[in-house]
Design a protein around this ligand. Sequence first.
Ligand code: HEC
Length: 105
Amino acid sequence: MIGLLLACGSGADTAVAPGCEDAYDVTWESWGEGFFTTYCRSCHSASTSTRLGAPEGVNFDTSADLVQWSDAIRLVVLEEQTMPVGGGVYAEDLLLLEMLLECGQ
Ligand code: HEC
């Protein structure tokens, strides 16, 4: 269902990825960093002292981390919905995360 939002691009002749022409301007700077700070970095940050079992090196501190982990993030947050531990991500944030992963990096 989430995917449908991105499925109907206008086909404009730009460098934007297919399906992303009408996406909001969702980038690491505009939205991603705040999202990962709110939901993930208490456990997944190089600077946290409370990893609570989050694997070493799986951190979401920078846009490069986002690129490195985008497939795994998609899997655990959007598909399996096993992260964040305890759930609780607003549906709107899930849509924006999908846009970020698809279009905003
Ligand atoms: C309360 C601590 C906590 C929070 C908050 C948390 N995680 Fe995790 N995360 C873990 C633990 C513990 C594991 C390892 C066990 C597991 O995979 O279930 C893990 C594993 C993962 C993995 C798998 C890493 C691998 O080896 O492939 C990913 C990806 C991930 N988390 C992403 C996220 C994202 C994205 C968020 C925020 C939306 C998040 N996590 C929030 C604790 C947390």
